[in-house]
Design a binder for this molecule. Structure first.
Ligand code: GLN
Length: 480
């Protein structure tokens, strides 16, 4: 492998600026790596060789002309649920297997405006529903860490995580509805950041559960993640839930945090018996490092944590059922002709959606149907408020919260796919924060004795994105 692929984004930018490297050469090297590795790792659904090289040529010109954007010439991978104009966007479903969007999502447009190169579209769980990459209609993604053991790279942003860990891109977009950038980051020793809800526009992202969906950013360093996040975020009138709050120079202020005196909350509900001891060991060691550096460690309680998974698995499917009703075989997406209109609907949806998507549509319609709405959906909404309140109270006491990202280590492909409840339970530490809409990140914390990665999760108050990133940078520095 070409060593330039191991650079971080910030290192690459330096070398592009001094012309030590040219974007065309870097892009070629990345494309070569992808082509060489895609059969084994299956991180990419679509490779954009021609457009990427064209973008790189333009970037080199811009660098020569002194007109470089924040990410000028940097090759990224894009999760295949961001609509990319003129480039297939499948959401890893047969339903959208041939869908070529006539428009660009705001997040990807912002990245393009800053000079990013798009290498291709990354594999994922179908419609972002899943935690292992296995619900993709385009095959499983293999975790490059211990490749021979065929472990999952996590999900739903499986391709983003695997591509990064395997040096097939320098940074990647993901999306996080209930943990989809954080859990794959934890499983692949990469960084995965979920911003405050509303911080990044959802326009042009294939919808799963609109009140939860957020764009996420993944990279091999915290600073890279902060830079991509800065480039992609901002108010957007095309998304009614977009927040009109100033974007900060997250990458430039990444070191502006004192560990001394930092109040770190450890929720007792996140360190319980069901959590793998090896995960706890790595997290505890990291907490000790912060303590030694002068942080104040406070035990806190998030008392409604035990209701987070059931709440999420009512709210998310309910919204998914509504969002996915647009795929009716009529306007766009797969169409299977039937004998009449309803027959065409039924045949198209039956053929287009995978089993996990169908399961969620059924659950969603059930909890929204008359007679069950009050018992499930409206109760879940109330519990959602209680979960948010848990965090609000906690942040009266502490600056940030530390926790494991997931209760377990990367597991084998096929290990949970036939047991949806077991799969859903893995989301226990990532769904509460998603329901509350607060910023959170998974940052590499270390390895188990067998060499499996463990991610430390850091959570902050809404719009305290900078602080979450800064604390993660400190955690990353302590790995060295
Ligand atoms: N694993 C969770 C689910 O299946 C989260 C997915 C996501 O964040 N997109 O819903």
């Amino acid at each position: 492998m070409n060593d330039i692929l191991k650079l971080t984004i910030t290192e690459l930018i330096e070398k592009l600026k001094t012309r030590e490297l040219r974007s065309v050469d870097v892009t070629k090297a990345a494309l070569e790596r992808i082509k060489e590795r895609n059969d084994s790792i299956n991180a990419y659904i679509t490779i954009c060789e021609e457009t990427a090289l064209k973008q790189a040529e333009i970037s080199d010109q811009k660098l020569d002309d002194g007109e470089a954007g924040m990410l000028e010439g940097v090759p990224l991978g894009i999760k295949d649920l961001f609509c990319t104009k003129g480039i297939k966007t499948t959401a890893a479903s047969k339903m959208l297997a041939d869908f070529i969007p006539p428009y660009e999502s705001t997040v990807t447009q912002n990245l393009l405006d800053e000079g990013a190169i798009f290498l291709g579209k990354l594999n994922m769980d179908q419609f972002a529903m899943g935690g292992s990459g296995e619900t993709s209609a385009f095959g499983d993604t293999i975790n490059p860490i211990k490749e021979e053991e065929k472990l999952t790279a996590g999900g739903s942003s499986s391709g983003s995580a695997a591509a990064l860990a395997d040096f097939q891109c320098f940074g990647a977009t993901g999306s996080d509805t209930g943990g989809s950038v954080r859990q794959p980051a934890s499983f692949t020793n990469t960084v995965g950041f979920r911003p405050t809800y509303g911080r990044c526009s959802r326009f042009g992202m294939v919808s799963f559960a609109s009140s939860l969906d957020q764009a996420g950013f993944m990279a091999r360093s915290v600073e890279d993640t902060a830079l991509m996040f800065r480039a992609a975020s901002g108010f957007d009138e095309k998304d009614s839930t977009s927040a009109d709050v100033a974007v900060e120079a997250y990458d430039e202020i990444i070191n502006d945090l004192e560990v001394k005196g930092l109040k770190i909350g450890l929720p007792k509900e996140y360190f319980v018996d069901g959590v793998d001891q090896k995960v706890k060991d790595v997290i505890n060691a990291k907490v000790e490092q912060f303590k030694a550096a002068g942080a104040e460690i406070v035990e806190i309680s998030l008392p409604h944590t035990k209701y987070a998974v059931p709440t999420y698995y009512i709210v998310a499917p309910a919204e998914a059922a509504a969002n996915l009703s647009r795929y009716d075989g009529m306007r766009y997406g797969l169409r299977v002709e039937g004998e009449n209109l309803s027959d065409t609907y039924a045949k198209s949806r039956s053929a287009g959606f995978g089993w996990e998507v169908k399961r969620r549509i059924m659950v969603g319609n059930y909890v929204l149907s008359s007679g069950y709405y009050d018992a499930y959906y409206s109760k879940a909404q109330k519990v959602r408020s209680l979960l948010s309140l848990d965090f609000e109270k906690a942040f009266e006491q502490v600056d940030v919260i530390f926790a494991p990202t997931t209760p377990e280590l990367p597991f084998e492909l096929g290990g949970k796919i036939d047991d949806p409840i077991a799969m859903y339970l893995c989301d226990i530490f990532t769904v509460s924060s998603a329901l509350a809409g607060i910023p959170c990140i998974s940052v590499p914390a270390g390895f188990t004795p067998e060499g499996l990665p463990v991610g430390l999760q850091i959570l902050g108050k809404a719009f305290d994105d900078a602080k979450v990133l800064q604390a993660a940078k400190k955690a990353e520095d302590m790995n060295k």
